[in-house]
Design a protein around this ligand. Structure first.
Ligand code: ASP
Ligand code: MG
Length: 408
């Protein structure tokens, strides 16, 4: 017998019939003798629908009231699932976040979990019931309802699994796992059976559509085995786990687990700035003061007392950063400022590359063979990223996918 936390997303509970389907799935696990805690999202589209109504009431809706409003979506689905289970003869009880209670800090709309009281849930499980919990919500010290941010039900599920010391946290969604890359770009992309927490975090751009990245950080911190799988299709999904767990299996760790990419990138350059202490800070300080996040950074070798500085960031923020950079440039006496928002970032990710040389050169050779120019390169212990022109994205990802035999 195991204790399993199962989370079903909005599409899986999108209508009455689908909720009945979820009940069937949960019942299977109960029949196998497991104790099950279910975490649900609101029906798909519901959180957006509620948000739109709020905007008709108030230009900038009060965050406290917004949380009161948005948490109703999950309250609907947990009650309906409990009813469906009871109807099938499986005792079940639903709880909202505050009934657990799941205590958070007070930042409405992006609250952080502080404490989860597992007693009530364990007591009900002990009585043979399925416990159905509303995702995405909690209560603060003042007794106000809070929410964890969009997609927050994934984090609720992982946090409950950690608090209850569950054997596994299963995230059911509309895809059947995490893939080696986006199947829309590479139709031969394969589902990964297993991936480490660190890889999953680096594969965020692929995974983000599958699960909230914060939930992976949480799972990694508390070593909760996390499995992503489809609520409609049978199959083992993708297990996200520790590197040690990987070593325990017969599977050989692949060099590369996947290829992530981001189309939402822009490159900014400031040319001919003085090559002296404090310049990097003078350039990037005002940008971070404006709360704009930057990603890759390159400073060229200085020549005759000046140097060039290049960095990338989200496209949405680039115009604003450009303005800031222009005023910094005047101030520093820089020669020129440029912005290019037709670039993309491609990253090869794999824990296996820690112990293998030559991954980078294979990657660069593959791009060269396809006449794709690399504009920037960045590396971490388990990732190599390149910036290329956006028109080259598909070809680059497809050829790398083949070169590293990810379709095998
Ligand atoms: N219902 C919330 C949302 O749509 C939380 C979730 O589904 O995880 O973001
Ligand atoms: Mg979701």
């Amino acid at each position: 017998m195991a204790l399993i936390v199962q989370k079903f997303g909005g599409t899986s509970v999108g209508n009455v019939e689908r909720i009945q389907n979820v009940a069937k799935k949960v019942a299977q696990f109960v029949d196998e003798g497991h104790q099950v805690v279910v975490v649900l999202s609101a029906m798909s589209g519901e959180t957006n629908r509620l948000t739109m109504m709020a905007k008709e009431m108030q230009t900038r809706p009060c965050k406290r009231e917004m949380d009161v409003l948005l948490t109703t979506g999950e309250q609907v689905t947990i009650a309906l699932l409990s009813m469906a289970l009871q109807q099938k003869g499986y005792p079940a009880i639903s709880y909202t976040g505050w009934q657990i209670p799941l205590t958070t800090d007070s930042s409405h709309s992006k609250a952080r979990i502080e404490k989860i009281d597992g007693d009530k849930m364990l007591d009900q499980l002990g009585q043979g019931k399925v416990v159905v919990v509303a995702g995405f919500q909690g209560i603060n010290i003042k007794g106000d309802i809070t929410t964890l941010g969009r997609g927050g039900s994934d984090t609720t599920a992982v946090a409950l699994a950690a608090a209850l010391n569950a054997d596994e946290c299963q995230i059911y969604t509309d895809v059947d796992g995490v893939y080696t890359t986006d199947p829309r770009v590479v139709p031969e992309a394969k589902r990964l059976d297993m991936v480490t927490y660190d890889e999953m975090l680096e594969l965020a751009s692929l995974g983000a559509k599958v699960l909230q990245i914060r939930s992976v950080e949480f799972a990694s911190k508390y070593k909760v085995p996390l499995r992503v799988l489809s609520s409609l299709k049978e199959g083992g999904g993708t297990l996200i786990t520790t590197e040690d767990n990987f070593k325990d299996t017969e599977m050989e760790q692949p060099l590369i687990s996947g290829i992530a990419f981001s189309r939402d990138e822009a490159k900014l350059m400031i040319l001919g700035v003085p090559d002296k202490p404090g310049v990097a800070y003078q350039i990037l300080g005002p940008i971070s003061d404006a709360n704009l996040e930057i990603d890759m950074i390159i400073q060229n070798q200085g020549i005759e007392g000046t140097t060039d500085f290049t960095f990338t960031m989200s496209r949405a923020d680039a115009e604003m950063a450009l303005e800031i950079l222009q005023s910094t440039a005047n101030h520093l006496g820089a020669r020129e400022v440029t912005m290019d928002d037709t670039i993309v970032k491609i990253s090869m990710v794999g824990v296996g590359m820690k112990s293998h040389a030559g991954i980078a050169s294979t990657m660069f050779k593959t791009l060269a063979d396809n006449e794709i120019n690399i504009q920037m390169i960045g590396t971490t212990e388990i990732k190599i990223s390149v910036v290329v022109e956006e028109g080259h994205l598909d070809l680059a990802v497809q050829s790398l996918h083949t070169a590293f035999e990810l379709d095998k």
